[in-house]
Design a protein around this ligand. Structure first.
Ligand code: BJW
Ligand code: ZN
Length: 256
């Protein structure tokens, strides 16, 4: 796909956005790639750590079998994220929300890195949890890892003294029902759905844009490559999220 005329390609889509009342943006790992956070898939490859594929490490089975290894994996990942800053894509999304130009604005993310929050986005629906928190295996209470510290693995719950695990949704685990329902409801009600940097392969998050489209939303995809969502999208913009989103979301006044 020709990406040279990116500005020309975004102009007609900006016109759609100008008429939009309710906008929903779904993000995936690709939006944080330009910040230095590795993606899981894409470009034909899949993430591997110490010779193990991420599907094996980030799984409900691994929590049962080897919780210390799961902590090592997520402490390593948290270390990577700590050195990363939000990029122009995160910032453009936060600015679109702060501008108040849309009556309703919903950000749904599959990312656990917290970079949308650092960029200034508010009330993002974090479908897969938050790498900066731990969750008690028994009572489910949450604690910020900054408060827990790095010494004790697994950390001990301050409420019931059982072990804690990373507060992330792993393969084979259910997503938070309220978060998922809210994402589905907002998807059903939006006029424009923008899907950024996701391979759109992981259930159930992949249903969010499908619902939006089914209920009549204009579907825009921003990605480096084609995904299973591409045939359903009204427009696919191929290129880096950090380059395309500022062009797409900034209004004339904000354009620099
Ligand atoms: C750029 C870019 C740039 C790069 N600019 N773009 C068979 C069929 C159907 C379903 C299943 C199945 N077998 C198993 C399942 C279920 C499974 C699933 O969907 N698997 C599929 C992979 C097949 N799902 C689950 O297990 C879910 N739970 C569940 O089903 O529960 C059932 C249940 C119900 C009730 C009770 C109990 C159980 C849970 C899924 C949770 C996923 N969690 C993970 C790991 C989180 C922790 C961690 O970080 O390790 O979440 S998996 C991983 O994938 C992570 C991501 O959030 C998620 C989505 O990935 P994403 O964001 O799409 O990233 P990538 O890397 O895939 O793609 C990046 C994209 O960006 C690429 O397209 C690039 O081109 C692009 N890109 N740079 C723009 N600069
Ligand atoms: Zn507890």
């Amino acid at each position: 796909m020709d990406i040279e005329n990116r500005q020309d390609r975004t102009e007609p889509v900006k016109a759609v956005l100008e008429r939009a009342r309710s906008v929903l943006i779904l993000t995936g790992a690709g939006i944080s790639a330009e910040s230095g956070v590795p993606t899981f898939r894409g470009g034909g490859g899949a993430a591997v750590w110490r010779g193990m594929p991420f599907e094996q490490l980030s799984s409900a089975e691994m929590v049962e079998q080897n919780l210390p290894l799961v902590w090592e994996w997520f402490d390593y990942r948290r270390g990577v994220v700590k050195g990363c800053e939000p990029n122009a894509g995160h910032l453009a999304i936060a600015e679109a929300q702060q501008s108040g130009r849309f009556e309703e604005f919903t950000l749904v993310t599959q990312n656990i890195d917290g970079l949308h929050r650092v960029a200034g986005s508010q009330d993002a629906i974090e479908l897969h949890g938050d790498i900066h928190k731990a969750k008690c295996l028994s009572c489910g209470s949450l604690q910020a890892l900054d408060d827990v510290g790095d010494d004790e693995r697994p950390p001990v719950c301050s409420e019931c003294f059982d072990s804690m695990r990373p507060h992330v949704v792993l393969f084979g685990e259910a997503l938070d029902e309220d978060a998922l329902l809210k994402a589905y409801e907002r998807a059903a009600a939006c006029d424009v759905c923008i899907v950024v940097g996701t391979s759109a392969q992981v259930y159930p998050a992949m249903h969010v844009p499908e619902i939006a489209k089914r209920e009549g939303a204009f579907l825009i995809e921003v990605n480096l490559e084609e995904t299973p969502l591409t045939p359903k999208a009204d427009v696919s913009l191929f290129g880096k999220a950090g380059e395309i989103l500022p062009l797409l979301l900034r209004t004339e006044n904000e354009d620099r």
